[in-house]
Design a protein around this ligand. Structure first.
Ligand SMILES: [Zn+2]
Length: 81
């Protein structure tokens, strides 16, 4: 089951949830404030798959990190825009 990342617009907490792909964009309750004002961010499952398949062409040099903003460590802000 894919791991999806969601961000809450009310308390700005980011949380990861394992759920079926068919429910990826279904509304989900914030794990912090239990509000419903949440949005799906980057799929970590897809991000890891892309890293494994195309590591030699990674924008950050193949050492992981965020391919969107180039941050050397995991980035939880990209994809929210
Ligand atoms: Zn919240």
């Amino acid at each position: 089951m894919p791991l999806y990342e969601y961000t809450c617009h009310d308390c700005h907490v980011t949380f990861d949830i394992l759920r079926p792909m068919s429910q990826a964009d279904a509304p989900i309750e914030c794990t912090h404030c239990h509000g419903s004002n949440t949005i799906r961010a980057i799929s970590l499952f897809a991000a890891h798959s892309l890293d494994e398949l195309g590591g030699t062409q990674s924008l950050s040099g193949g050492n992981g990190g965020c391919a969107t903003c180039g941050s050397p460590s995991s980035c939880s802000t990209c994809g929210i825009a």
